[in-house]
Unconditional design. Structure first.
Length: 342
């Protein structure tokens, strides 16, 4: 029995052959389907992990998803805010693994970095399509790192964006953003947070703000109809959006328990929250009534999204005939004798 292995070279070839837009569009479509269909959601517990790194500012987590009768997908993901400057590595690195539900054997293993970035952008596109004003044209970004690229790409697939305002505490990151999203053909301007709040129809907060150092939005000049995708809160005590904004907004989390523990929702009581995004996807009328008011999507990222992201990656690999097959597990000739080799 063999395991499908998708290396970084395979993933790059998949994207080159299929195209970035097809990859993103399929991710949006598959996530939307999974969110809407109860039978396809499976079992997704909140993630868990270890604090690590200098002064416990980093974390390594495991994110499991169980699709009974089919498979179990587990992403191991590390968040290390010092990576880009110190090691020239992404802030978020990780791998995906899939196991057969009946036998427990390893079916596939592959990169988790690009699928994580793309599925996070896709989730924001789905939430924004439900809650933002239709025809929104101005996107504001607070944070100009890797995730800002996929947020902009995803939102450009569902809105007629013609202007992006971007801010980052590292001026070089903001200055280089236009070049990184040049393929989208959208005007990009570096702007202060106050201008982003005053001009944007949709705002994405995608920062590595430290625990206790938030918020990154001021919340004083927001447009009445603005929709906010809050992406960066993923640790206890870490948040990007002021509590006053959350209290006055319609807030939908991706995973209620996880968001209350470590997302923006940790600033709120459970009764302050609206339905989860999956509920809004199944009943869009619940969201449509909120479009002219202030709305927030608390995106902590949960393992159902990773299962779907790995589905998409494996599907595209199979279509393109890309990937390796390897015998990684020791499966002896005699199942009762570990020393018998096939």
């Amino acid at each position: 029995m063999e395991t499908t292995v998708l290396t970084r070279q395979h993933v790059a070839k998949i994207v080159q052959e299929k195209g970035l837009d097809l990859f993103m569009d399929r991710m949006i479509d598959r996530l939307d389907e999974a969110f809407r269909e109860e039978s396809r959601r499976g079992i997704t517990p909140a993630r868990d992990g270890f604090l690590r790194g200098p002064e416990n500012t980093a974390i390594l987590e495991w994110m499991p998803h169980h699709q009974p009768g089919d498979s179990i997908t587990i992403k191991t993901v590390a968040y290390t805010p010092t990576n880009p400057a110190t090691h020239q590595l992404p802030t978020i690195v990780g791998t995906m693994a899939r196991y057969d539900d009946e036998t427990g054997r390893l079916l596939a293993i592959g990169d988790g970095i690009l699928p994580t970035a793309v599925r996070t952008g896709a989730a924001s596109a789905i939430a924004s399509r439900l809650l933002a004003r239709p025809g929104s044209r101005v996107l504001g970004l607070v944070g100009a790192g890797a995730q800002a690229v996929t947020q902009t790409h995803a939102l450009s697939r569902v809105f007629p964006l013609d202007r992006v305002l971007v801010h980052d505490i590292e001026p070089a990151h903001a200055a280089s953003f236009a070049e990184r999203v040049e393929f989208l053909g959208i005007d990009v301007e570096v702007a202060p947070v106050t201008e982003i709040e005053a001009a944007s129809d949709i705002i994405c907060t995608v920062t590595s703000v430290g625990v206790g150092d938030g918020p990154v939005l001021q919340g004083e000049r927001l447009r009445p109809h603005v929709h906010i995708n809050a992406i960066g809160a993923d640790l206890i005590g870490k948040y990007e959006v002021p509590r006053s904004v959350l209290k006055s907004a319609f807030v939908t989390p991706d995973h209620r328990g996880q968001a209350l523990r470590e997302g923006e929702c940790q600033q709120l009581d459970a009764g302050d929250l609206g339905p989860e995004l999956t509920v809004l996807c199944a009943d869009p009328a619940l969201a449509e009534a909120r479009r002219e008011g202030l709305t927030v999507f608390d995106s902590t990222g949960f393992a159902l999204e990773d299962r779907v992201a790995f589905d998409v990656l494996l599907e595209l690999a199979e279509e393109a005939g890309i990937g390796d097959r390897a015998q990684l597990e020791h499966l002896p000739e005699d199942a009762l004798n570990p020393y018998s080799f096939q």
